[in-house]
Ligand binder design. Structure first.
Ligand code: TMP
Ligand code: ASP
Length: 253
């Protein structure tokens, strides 16, 4: 059987050509990187967890009418997605100060923000994904004013959905990053949520203890990353099974 064609390889995922036009297969690797890949590790089981968690969040978003690229999960590490034209922006929503906003503006981590703040970063590894203003986005043609309005609205809907979901399992959604893509249906263009939503791209704090249950565990050397993600999955009732070929039941709780 012919090997399928690799379309793109990123730091944590690989995209392959899908079985039908307009689809792709998204494969989740175990690789973890931080600080623009200055820090790297392989975390056994992370890909399986993120595949399952991203499926869970995107399925929920689709169900409440927030369109995403997710079609269905294929196996432990792969999901079928709609091919989109990715807008070269990372959209970050913040509810509580942490990470770069704390550093840049001198706001203590953990300070609640007066309202959700939406920020844009230009996706360019060589430049270290710099923050950009709406002015830059429009002037350089990365997105139109209408796209920007739609992106902010999508990002805030994702924030409401995810915050509520997390609140229900005792987790505070501090902030998260999403990516958005364009699809064409007949002559109409629509924006949909793409990439992944997982603890790699969110900050998740236990509401009682403040314990970090996201990629900061890896960025800041706070413990075992797979254990943190497994805890998120367990609380949400997302229970990955044993991965074929791995004898150690890494993800069984
Ligand atoms: P920041 O505080 O470092 O700007 O990160 C804000 C949120 O975005 C946080 O939930 C982590 C996520 N994020 C990514 O998913 N990818 C990235 O490359 C960066 C820098 C942040
Ligand atoms: N995802 C980015 C990297 O690999 C940064 C981060 O999430 O901290 O380097």
């Amino acid at each position: 059987m012919a090997r399928r064609k690799k379309v793109y390889e990123g730091k944590a995922k690989i995209l392959y050509e899908g079985p039908e036009p307009g689809t792709l297969v998204q494969y989740f690797k175990d690789d973890a990187t931080a600080f623009n890949a200055e820090k790297r590790a392989t975390v056994e089981g992370k890909g399986v967890l993120n595949n399952r968690l991203s499926e869970f969040f995107m399925t929920g978003l689709n169900a409440v009418g927030v369109p995403t690229h997710f079609i269905r999960r294929l196996n432990m590490r792969e999901q079928l997605i709609r091919a989109v034209e990715i807008i070269p922006l990372e959209v970050v929503v913040r509810n509580v100060a942490a990470g770069s906003i704390s550093k840049r503006l001198g706001i203590a981590e953990g300070t609640p923000l007066p309202r959700p703040i939406v920020e844009f970063y230009y996706k360019d590894d060589a430049l270290g994904d710099p923050m950009v203003a709406e002015e830059h986005i429009i002037a350089f043609g990365w997105a139109s004013q209408q796209d920007l309005d739609d992106m902010i609205s999508l990002a805030l809907r994702v924030n409401d959905f995810l915050s509520g979901l997390m609140l229900g399992v005792g987790i505070k959604l501090v902030d998260f990053k999403i990516e958005i893509g364009r699809i064409w249906e007949n002559e109409y263009m629509r924006l949909i949520i793409a990439d992944e939503i997982s603890p790699d791209s969110c900050r998740l704090w236990d509401m009682e203890t403040g314990q970090k249950l996201d990629k900061d565990v890896f960025r800041r050397d706070l413990g075992n990353l797979a254990d943190a993600y497994t805890e998120v999955a367990r609380r949400l009732g997302v229970m990955p099974q044993r991965e074929p070929g791995i004898t150690k039941p890494t993800l069984i709780n």
